[in-house]
Design a protein around this ligand. Structure first.
Ligand code: FA5
Length: 348
């Protein structure tokens, strides 16, 4: 009996000194091992309980009490130790994760719509407000739509007005469209008047690049065909557009010109905002920047789309979008639009 009491006593001492040694995070596992060692099914306490059979029955209650107090004290110490380890781990985690809430925030860079797309959207919305709808067509185009059907037959000198990229050198039949005008033909082929469309799109020219000319740029074509459409309507719409785009202060002039698909034809110039008309690289020292070509659709074009020129008349125009953006935002070099320099692009 005394043996057993002493055994329980020394077991208790051993267990508590074991528990007290567990004092690091990595020893959570160790703590668990001790629980199994003393309290597990094959643990020390269990083996004492097995030996209880050989104890005198009158001594059994005392041994039972000793074992129970061992169990509850061990349990309490075990829980205390566990909580201590958990809190220490939490402190360590918080110590590593601190943040300084007084630091200024990190500015997020957001993407933006390219300035040319913004200008295209603005131009489109002005014309949509006037009843135009948006049409489109392919950038790789047959020379029929890019030239022939626009009254520019093969070998006609007027083809030299557009320096062309040819896709197939053998036949010269496929080109990168040099203007958005072929979409006039494609639309009229499919639809009867009244036709009132704009065509925003990219065009290509095999020409020398400088401050105001690029080999890849955007145009917005316009076409209105109906009964009794006159040059006065054309002038009215383009003057309204210029005022909407540039305000009332810029000077606008219509200058007689030539296009094979319009008669009469004109080009529209805007006074150069870069030099206030004094002369600079952008306006080629003329004080004016050409932004569009226009005119009354030539009756010869109606032949290609089976419209009767005795019944219908119409106007067409082709705007240079980069030129408009340059004047609008005082940008002095067209190449900036395609350079993809973020310092330039994020200004708009
Ligand atoms: C044409 O392209 C005609 N298709 C326009 C037209 C349509 C006339 C309908 C009549 C009826 P032009 O080659 O002039 O025309 O070009 C029209 C506009 O595109 C020019 O006024 C100019 O603003 C712009 N542009 C022309 N070439 C370049 C270039 N290399 N780089 C940037 N913009 C250009």
């Amino acid at each position: 009996m005394d043996d057993l009491k002493n055994k329980i006593k020394s077991l208790k001492e051993e267990a508590f000194s074991d528990l007290n040694r567990v004092d690091q995070l990595s020893q959570l596992k160790e703590l668990d091992r001790l629980r199994i060692k003393y309290m597990g099914r094959k643990g020390a306490i269990q083996s004492i309980m097995k030996g209880l059979k050989s104890v005198d029955p009158k001594d059994r209650p005392l041994i039972g009490r000793l074992v129970n107090s061992f169990k509850s004290e061990f349990g309490a110490k075990y829980e205390e130790k566990r909580e201590e380890l958990r809190q220490r781990a939490e402190q360590e985690r918080l110590g590593k994760e601190w943040i300084d809430v007084t630091l200024p925030g990190v500015r997020q860079r957001s993407g933006k719509i390219h300035i040319i797309q913004q200008t295209l959207d603005e131009i489109s919305s002005i014309f949509k407000g006037l009843g135009f709808s948006v049409a489109d067509g392919p950038e790789i185009e047959s020379d029929y739509y890019n030239f022939d059907a626009l009254n520019i037959p093969k070998d006609h000198p007027a083809r030299d007005m557009w320096d062309t990229f040819y896709i197939d050198d053998q036949t010269d039949r496929t080109v990168l469209r040099t203007h958005t005008s072929p979409v006039q033909i494609r639309t009229m082929e499919r639809r009867q008047p009244p036709v009132r469309i704009i065509v925003p799109g990219r065009v290509y020219r095999n020409e020398a690049i400088d401050a105001s000319h690029h080999a890849v740029f955007y145009q917005v074509e316009g076409l209105y065909v109906d009964n009794n459409v006159t040059f006065r309507d054309l002038k009215g719409v383009l003057s309204y557009f210029s005022r909407q785009m540039f305000g009332d202060n810029l000077l606008v002039r219509f200058r007689p010109s030539f296009f094979p698909f319009t008669e009469p034809s004109a080009e529209v110039d805007i006074s150069c905002v870069m030099c206030s008309g004094k002369g600079c690289a952008v306006c080629k020292y003329t004080g004016w920047v050409e932004i569009l070509g226009c005119g009354m659709v030539d009756p010869a074009v109606y032949r290609y789309v089976n419209y009767d020129p005795e019944i219908y008349s119409g106007y067409a125009f082709g705007l240079g979008v980069e030129r408009i953006a340059m004047l609008r935002y005082q940008i002095n070099d067209i190449r900036l639009f395609l350079d993809n320099d973020v310092r330039f692009l994020e200004q708009f």
